[in-house]
Design a protein around this ligand. Sequence first.
Ligand SMILES: *Cc1c(COP(=O)(O)O)cnc(C)c1O
Length: 454
Amino acid sequence: MKPDWEGPLGEAYARAMSYLKDLPVRRVGPRDTASDLRAKLGGKLPEGPSDARQVISSLADNVEDGLLPSGSGRFFGFVFGGATPAALAADWLATAWDQNAGLYAASPAAAVVEEITAEWLVELFGLPRQTSVGFVTGAQMANFTGLAAARHAVLAKAGWDVEADGLIGAPPIQVLVGAERHDTVDRALRFLGLGTRCIVPIAVDGQGRMRPDALARELGGGPTIICAQAGNVNTGAIDPLDEICELKQDAWVHVDGAFGLWSAVSTPMRGLEKADSWATDAHKWLNVPYDSGLVLCAHPEAHRAAMSVRASYLIHDDEQRDALDYNPEFSRRARGFAVYAAIRALGRQGIAELVERSNAMAQRFADQLAPYVLNEVNLNQVLVRFGNDDELTRRVVKAVQQEGTAWMSGTTWQGRAAMRISVSNWTTSEADVDRSVEAVLRCVEIEQARSTQG
Ligand SMILES: *Cc1c(COP(=O)(O)O)cnc(C)c1O
């Protein structure tokens, strides 16, 4: 059968262009409810074929009002980030080329692009030369992979082969991690069979940074992994990595730097290079489309010991890089193309500027919302709280989301409700910040008036 590429791909291109061009003026929020979407998209299982162009056109018609326009310059929810044109276009090509990037033999180009991108990343972050890199789906899987290498190494040192013998009967591992860690660390420990009870929570300061004095008190007992953080999801705070690494003794230090690691491209992060493994995302601050995470490991043999696989029907070339030696996946998307294009298009300077501009925009929010700010704004995260009131703060978050000028999400920070403002989009301008501040202040006024009316 002769395929018609032009019809569906032409339609997809036109729809993508109109969506992207509309982002700066589009309402920053979905219009449709779940039931609207079910009504538009549902129906009986299709029994027969449909024209591909028609399928794409009606898919776009039916979903567009249910999208959350997270690529908007006025989207400040979670830590999402948008997509730069080069990264988005390379990601399209990755789909069109449809390479299986697990093996060199399955895509020499994907393997070499990942090898080069890996070297660039190691240099960008200032990590040890031998550092190995895995291109994973996100920081969740990067934490999983880094902690799998850590599990291998600390148990090997204790004379235990975890890959062969598993964890039953193994020496216990303690994981020392800040009380304000990201939840994906706990989840990675569950996946790794270590469970969450191996966690020894380490006291943090008011910004969520691990306290070295508290860490020092827990060190010294058997196989130990320390899991530090560069960029707290609420405050943006970075753990004192230099002091943590000075204290570590025999422990393995993993750094969860999902977004914060990128700030090392602009401002040197003391002690970062002394850690053993790092997790970060390309789909957050680097503005690569979903999904794209990175794990980096200063001990390639531990990284490979934890991940590597050999199968009788595959072709392994010892001279070349097989991604499945560094990834939990087997078959996988050629994620490296988009990361390569992003770095090529921005360059080291462009990445540093992206980080600095986001931080400056966060500071602009903090200046204009000063009476409400809860955290020290040193990175791209701002926490605000209204009237020192959980209820009012949550209502303002909801009101801002419904108003549609900007989109922020809520959180609980050290027991108190707060609104999070995360500046992670490469297009966010001063005008975007000013319009968003006005919208927030309008909502505060309205909600406050409603409170006093009772
Ligand atoms: C976002 C985030 C994660 C999880 O990253 P995903 O890309 O969603 O898997 C982990 N740690 C921190 C600090 C984060 O901000």
